[in-house]
Design a binder for this molecule. Structure first.
Ligand code: GLU
Length: 383
């Protein structure tokens, strides 16, 4: 019954651990979950109110596939102002970010073409590539280089079959941030070898210690070959709304638009009014959440520092710590062991690729109280 292409992919490592933690909790276990990357804050009130108002006003009908015109305008404006991306509303498509990644890869990568993507990296890039018939080519990133994707490492992997370079800064699961030089170097490679760049910038606002986020689409002559993806889930604590966006040059936009028309049609109409309120309203709630994430990051780093078996550089952005552990046990087994013995749920680093083996991903998008309790349990279990 099952199509052959499904054999090319495995279950999502992050969703698997999240669901397992949920199941254990339902069985009455006192699990502290550091699994899925989901802010524990409520969506800011004015966003919820705007969606409710839209529902009351009967904003329940079809839109164009690309989304609500006012929202596309607002996304274009903020991407131009904050990130220097030379776009207008006609380049913007409202789509759940994960779907936007699938759509972009489906619309660009031919059977057998290669996509260079970081390793470790978020769990769904490789499956999206494989389902489209492409081949993921991992560029190994290293702790000693702050887990950054170095242009010289990318250059070594380019072949005549390379179609795309996929970037994710700030990164999941490492919390690394590409420097301006990294971005410039990768842009040069894309131009020299005529490659498409998919830049997943969904953690763009969650950046600490004065580090800066750079959009590669803002580099000279890069807009016409780059698809930038971002969204509401992480910035505005709107994970369940399933809403983000992509920004693409016209020919690519048209190709992606066809997939959107034939798949989800568009993002839920009244939800888009909520997103609009988020973008045009006060950004104070975002600042408050980012400050809280920074305090949690500091707490996680302090507590990890007290666990002799864990080693971790300070993450610069997103809300993940990615410590290495001293133990021969494989990371998936280690994660299951910690769930059973310590009632702490983390994601094993190998879920993010081979280079993540012997690491654990700790999503600290949870309360300080949970962080303190969970890391105490980790400390005892690892001892
Ligand atoms: N991106 C988040 C994570 O890595 C959400 C889950 C998912 O989409 O995989 O945990």
């Amino acid at each position: 019954m099952i199509a052959e292409r499904i054999n090319r992919v495995k279950e999502s490592g992050t969703m698997k651990m999240k669901e397992l933690a949920g199941q254990k909790k339902a069985e009455g276990k006192d699990i502290i979950s550091f699994t899925v990357g989901e802010p524990d804050f409520d969506t800011p009130k004015h966003i919820v109110e705007a969606a409710k108002k839209a529902l009351d006003e009967g904003k329940t009908r079809y839109l164009n596939a690309a989304g609500l015109p006012e929202l596309r305008e607002a996304i274009a404006r903020s991407s131009k102002t904050a990130n220097g991306i030379p776009c207008d509303a006609s380049n913007v498509m409202v789509a759940p970010s994960k779907h936007a990644i699938f759509e972009t890869i489906m619309a660009t990568v031919n059977e057998g073409e290669e996509v260079i993507l970081p390793n470790p990296a978020w769990v769904s890039y490789e499956p999206a590539t494989a389902l489209a018939g492409g081949r993921a080519v991992p560029v190994t990133t290293k702790e000693e280089n702050e887990w950054r994707v170095l242009p010289e490492a990318v250059a070594e992997l380019i072949t005549p079959k390379t179609k795309m370079i996929l970037l994710n800064s700030p990164s999941n699961p490492c919390g690394s941030i590409a420097t301006k030089d990294d971005i410039k170097g990768i842009a040069d490679l894309a131009k020299d070898h005529d490659l498409v760049v998919l830049s997943d910038e969904v953690y763009e606002k969650i950046v600490f210690d004065g580090h800066k986020h750079y959009s590669i689409a803002a580099e000279p002559e890069m807009f016409d070959r780059t698809v930038t993806i971002s969204g509401f889930s992480k910035t505005y604590a709107m994970t369940g709304w399933r809403m983000g966006w992509l920004i693409a040059p016209k020919p690519l936009f048209k190709a992606v638009n066809k997939i959107q028309q034939h798949s989800i049609t568009h993002v839920t109409t009244f939800a888009q009014y909520g997103g609009l309120a988020g973008l045009v309203g006060s950004q104070e709630p975002v600042n408050a959440m980012v400050n809280e994430f920074k305090e949690r990051r500091d707490l996680v780093m302090k507590l990890i520092g007290e666990i002799p078996q864990l080693h971790c550089d300070v993450p610069k952005g997103a809300f993940y710590a990615f410590p290495r552990y001293d133990n021969p046990m494989k990371s998936e087994e280690m994660a299951l062991h910690l769930m059973d013995k310590a009632e702490v749920a983390v994601t094993g680093g190998a879920a993010f690729g081979e280079a993540g083996e012997q690491h654990l991903r700790i999503s600290y998008a949870t309360s300080k109280e949970n962080i303190a309790k969970g890391l105490e349990r980790l400390k005892n279990a690892l001892a």
